[in-house]
Structure formats: C-alpha cells, structure tokens
Design a protein around this ligand. Structure first.
Ligand code: GDP
Length: 313
C-alpha cells in the first residue's frame, strides 16, 4: 500500500476495525477513510454506492458486521443473517464497481463446522454442519468468503478473506452478560479487588481450551495480508496455541492482583471443549503473532483501567 493510498476501514469503531486504524496510523498512512453507522448505513446499497463514488478508496478493509454473543445470535437470527449479508454484499459489490484495487474481508472461525478437527484448518470449510446457535452469522460470513472468491474468479478482483480466531484487547466488550471470557475475567477480578470481596465466581469447569489472539496482532496480520497476499483461499489468523480456561483464570487473577478465592459455577455452560485454529498457512506466508498472552492481558487490563467508567451503567 502506498503511503498516500486512500484506505477505507469499514467498522472502524469495532474491536478489529479500531485496531486496524491504529495500526495504519502507526505506520504513517494518512488517508484513512471512516464512516460511523449514523453517517453511512452499510445495509443501504444506494448509500454505499454513492459513498464509494464520492470517496474512491484504493483499499478496503471489511471489518464491519453485526456481531454479538451466543444469546444475541440465537434471539435475532433474521437480523444476524440479513444485516451481515447486506453489509458485505454492498461493500464487496460496491468496491468492484468503484474499481477498488484490493479488499480484505474479515470473518470469524464460527464459519467452521461444529465438529471440525482441531486445530481448525482452512480446508474444513463446508465439510459438516455448523454450530446451530451462531449459524446465521456463520452462513453470512461464508457467503462473504464466497463473494470475494467469485469476484476474483469472474472479474479478476483482488478481494481476499481472513478468519481471525478469538480476539481480545483494547476496545473489547466488558459487559458481564454479553462479553467473552477474557474481558469478563478482567472486570470480575478487578471489581472484586476494589471491593475487597473474598471470592470471584467464574463459569464452567475450567477444562475447555481456548486460543486468545491480541487484536493488535490481528490488525498487523490484516495489514500483512493486504500487502503480501493475493490468493483465492482465505487465511486463518491466530496464535496457534491454546490454554485451559483454568490457566487463563489464574493468569488474569495474577495480573489484576486479586488475592481471594475462585469459585467455579458449573451450572454455567463450558461450551465447546476446544477452539484452536491451524496457523500453518499464515506462517508459511511469513507472518506470526507476536504478543505473548501475559503481555496482552496486562495491556488490556491497563486499557480497562483507563476506560472503566464507560462500562459502569
Ligand atoms: P466461547 O469461546 O464461544 O465458548 O465463549 P466465551 O468466551 O464466552 O467462553 C469461553 C469459556 O470460558 C467457557 O468455557 C466459559 O464457561 C468460560 N468462562 C469462565 N468464566 C466466564 C465468564 O465470566 N464469562 C464468560 N463469558 N465465560 C466464562
């Protein structure tokens, strides 16, 4: 990407989009284009076409999506499917119409079958039934991958896709009801420390294994792929290592400095036993995650401390 390239980051207020903007700024890119959802409704085809015609971006990062946890996905299936299909169809088709040089579409590892072998390799796509609770989101994301491939195939467009694993970091959702485990633990241990509570209750048995990738690493991978990858196949983004939830709980407890007891509420679900991506493809391309888990947790806790007032209702 040329330093003066016009780069549109769709979804710049989200966890990944905001990290991509920070990574671009840190590397001196000065022509970053963003729109809030209030300024541009990505579900509106005519509005997206007019935006592309006016701004003429050279590069597009598609980090915009309707996202949410297991409950939201299950409660609003129509919105999860329709909104995400519209957002990506408008952004990808509009980019082709506007002659965008290159586009990176971001999905998620929920595209893989529920029982995909671990670590999950890119070739597992469409080899089995999806996890039913998030199939609406997953089907939309699979359509996004296929759109990029179709536009490559029919029009020679340089539209590529990447699938990040579980992400954490600055800008995460710290709402205890809706958040993923990492921000939930940071907040629970911090609030227990502040209030001198004797114990913290975490969910499940602690035996499931999860991979955690710092969103700064994910953004670096996105820039790397935009600069160096033109393939038809999509690429996983991850660290290639996982930890048990118990190990994560101990790490966050130590980083936050909570000295009380940890109680396990085994009436809460464990979820899938293991979720890890195969990172052989991106390693072979020449990119590896850099942020060690402990360093990432420390940085995220620092960010939480600076922003915690925003999360108090
Ligand atoms: P998943 O990766 O889609 O299963 O989603 P989560 O990040 O929400 O949960 C990962 C694992 O962490 C599950 O086994 C949860 O039971 C466990 N866990 C432990 N404590 C918590 C907590 O306070 N909040 C959440 N969300 N998960 C927790």
């Amino acid at each position: 990407m040329e330093q003066d390239a016009r780069i549109y980051v769709a979804g710049h207020r989200g966890l990944v989009g905001s990290a991509i903007v920070r990574a671009l700024e840190a590397r001196g890119y000065g022509n970053i284009i963003t729109r809030t959802s209030g300024e541009l409704d990505l579900k509106d085809q005519a509005a997206v076409r007019a935006f592309y015609a006016a701004e003429r971006p050279d590069y597009v990062f598609v980090a915009a999506a309707r996202v949410g946890g297991i409950l939201a996905n299950d409660t609003y299936p129509a919105e999860f499917l329709y909104d995400n299909l519209m957002i990506e169809a408008n952004l990808i088709h509009g980019a082709w119409q506007a002659g965008v040089q290159k586009l990176l579409f971001l999905g998620s590892t929920c595209i893989y079958p529920k029982h995909a072998p671990q670590p999950m390799n890119e070739d597992a796509l469409l080899t089995g039934p999806l996890e039913p609770t998030n199939e609406w989101y997953a089907v939309a994301k699979i359509a996004g991958i296929k759109l990029c491939q179709a536009y490559q195939k029919q029009y020679g467009a340089r539209f590529i896709s990447a699938m990040p694993t579980n992400l954490y970091g600055p800008g995460d959702n710290f709402d205890l009801e809706k958040s993923h485990v990492m921000p939930a633990l940071i907040r629970k241990f911090h609030e227990a420390k502040e209030s001198d509570a004797g114990s913290v209750t975490v969910w499940g048995t602690g035996t499931p294994r999860r991979e955690f990738c710092h969103v700064g690493d994910c953004a670096a991978a996105c820039l790397f792929l935009m600069e160096h990858y033109d393939g038809y196949d999509f690429v996983n983004i991850g660290v290639g290592e996982d930890v048990t939830i118990r190990e994560l709980v101990e790490l966050v407890q130590r980083v936050v400095g909570f000295e009380g007891e940890v109680l396990w509420d085994t009436t809460k679900p464990d979820g899938t036993p293991r979720k890890l991506v195969d990172v052989a493809r991106i390693h072979a391309l020449g990119w590896q995650a850099r942020v060690p888990l402990e360093e990432g947790v420390r940085a995220t806790y620092q960010w939480f401390l600076e922003h915690q007032d925003d999360f108090r209702g």
